[in-house]
Design a protein around this ligand. Structure first.
Ligand SMILES: *Cc1c(COP(=O)(O)O)cnc(C)c1O
Length: 360
C-alpha cells in the first residue's frame, strides 16, 4: 500500500537528464556543478546526478552539503549561498568550495580552514545588475582577490562568478557575461595566474549555451532547475528538447467528488491567505478535492495534471480543488490523480514530511 500524497522519483529519467546536461556543457568546455537544493538535497537525487556523470554537487544549505559529503566523500561540494559567519566551520568541513562576497566571512573561512587543516576554495561573486549577492564595486572585488591570493594560505582563489535572474530578473546575456570574463582577466593580471573557474550563472544562462553565444572564457555553470525539471525553459524562453519533465511525478488522493456551482455563494471577503479572489461563473461543475495543499506543494496552480480534462481550480493550505467536468475517465473518492510539477512545487514536496517519496 502506498501512502499519499506520493512523490515518485524516477531515478533513471533524472540520471538521463544529468548526463544530457553534463555532456552538453562538456562539449563546450564548461564544467558543471549540479545544484540539488530544489529537491531538498535528497540523497537519491544526488546519486542520480552522480550516476549521470556530474562530479561537483551544489546546494544552498549546509545540512544538505553535510549529508552529501558523508554519503559521497570523493564528490566535490559547492555552497551556492554565501556563508553565514556562524557556519564557517561546517562550511570548510562539508563544502570544498563556496561563493563569497564579504571579506569578514572570507577571513573567518581562512581561520576555520586552518583549524580543520583544509584548503577551502573561494569563488568571488560579482553583481552585474541582478542586485542579489556579489561585489558591486569591481575594484573592491579585485582587492579581495589579491588579498585571498597573498594573505590567506588556507584558501584557494578558485575563480569568479555571477548570479542573474533570481532577484532582479535580469537575463543572462553576452553583455553581462562578457563583463564577467573581463573581470576575470583583470584578476588574472593582478595575481599573475589563470583562474580555474569563471562561473557564468545558473539554468538561466543555458539559452546562451544552446545557441552557442556564451562568451568565450565562461567555463563553469551551476545548474539545478533544468536538470530536475523544464519550467525554467518556459520562463526564460528557450527549449532544451533532450531534457525530460517527468522525473518527478506527484500522486494525490481524491477525498470528495461533487457537482457544485463554480461561483461561491455569499459575500466574498478574503481567502485563507488574505487575498481577495475573483471567480468566473461557469455554472454547475463536477469538482474533486485532493488531499494536498500549499503546505505540501506550494502554489497548486503550477501543478500539471497528467490526465486530460483535469483542471486545477485552486485550493488552500491542505486542499486542492480540481474541475473534472471535462474528464473522460470516471474519477471517484479514493482514486489518485497524477501531476508533473514545477520548481516551486518540488521545493515544497521534497521537504514535506507528509509527502511520501518513492524511488523508481
Ligand atoms: C540556486 C542557485 C543556482 C542554481 O539555479 P537553477 O535555476 O536551479 O539552475 C545557481 N547559483 C546560485 C547562486 C543559486 O543560488
Amino acid at each position: 500500500m502506498s501512502r499519499y500524497p506520493l512523490l515518485e522519483i524516477h531515478t533513471h529519467r533524472l540520471q538521463e537528464n544529468a548526463t544530457v546536461m553534463q555532456d552538453t556543457l562538456a562539449s563546450q568546455g564548461i564544467v558543471l556543478s549540479g545544484v540539488v537544493k530544489g529537491a531538498n538535497g535528497l540523497i537519491g537525487v544526488v546519486k542520480s546526478f552522480i550516476d549521470g556523470g556530474i562530479q561537483s554537487i551544489a546546494s544552498s544549505h549546509i545540512n544538505q552539503l553535510k549529508q552529501i559529503k558523508e554519503a559521497f566523500p570523493s564528490i566535490h561540494t559547492l555552497s551556492v549561498r554565501i556563508p553565514m559567519p556562524s557556519e564557517v566551520e561546517e562550511m570548510v568541513r562539508y563544502a570544498d568550495a563556496s561563493l563569497n562576497s564579504e571579506m569578514t566571512t572570507i577571513k573567518l573561512l581562512n581561520q576555520a580552514a586552518q583549524k580543520y587543516d583544509k584548503q577551502h576554495e573561494i569563488i568571488l561573486m560579482a553583481d552585474l545588475g541582478d542586485l542579489r549577492e556579489g561585489y558591486f564595486d569591481i575594484d573592491e572585488l579585485i582587492g579581495s582577490a589579491v588579498y585571498i591570493e597573498r594573505e590567506c594560505p588556507h584558501l584557494i582563489l578558485k575563480g569568479v562568478g555571477t548570479n542573474l535572474g533570481c532577484y532582479g530578473a535580469i537575463q543572462a546575456d553576452t553583455e553581462n557575461l562578457g563583463q564577467l570574463v573581463e573581470i576575470a582577466g583583470k584578476i588574472e593580471m593582478a595575481i599573475q595566474r589563470k583562474l580555474d573557474w569563471v562561473s557564468g550563472g545558473a539554468s538561466s544562462s543555458l539559452p546562451l549555451v544552446l545557441n552557442q553565444t556564451l562568451p568565450e572564457g565562461i567555463n563553469h555553470l551551476r545548474v539545478g532547475n533544468n536538470i530536475l525539471l523544464k519550467d525554467t525553459e518556459q520562463y526564460n524562453n528557450y527549449q532544451f528538447d533532450a531534457i525530460r519533465n517527468d522525473a518527478f511525478i506527484l500522486k494525490a488522493e481524491v477525498i470528495e467528488v461533487k457537482d457544485k456551482p463554480s461561483h461561491p455563494i455569499g459575500t466574498i471577503t478574503v481567502d485563507a491567505f488574505g487575498k481577495q479572489p475573483t471567480y468566473v461563473d461557469r455554472g454547475i461543475r463536477k469538482r474533486a478535492i485532493l488531499a494536498i495543499g500549499r503546505q505540501e506543494a506550494g502554489d497548486m496552480m503550477k501543478l500539471m495534471p497528467m490526465v486530460d480534462g483535469v483542471e486545477i481550480v485552486g485550493g488552500s493550505s491542505d486542499h486542492t480543488i480540481v474541475d473534472i467536468t471535462d474528464c473522460k475517465q470516471a474519477i471517484e473518492v479514493g482514486d489518485t490523480l497524477s501531476f508533473e510539477v514545477e520548481y516551486e512545487n518540488l521545493l515544497y514536496l521534497t521537504q514535506s514530511p507528509d509527502v511520501d517519496k518513492k524511488y523508481l
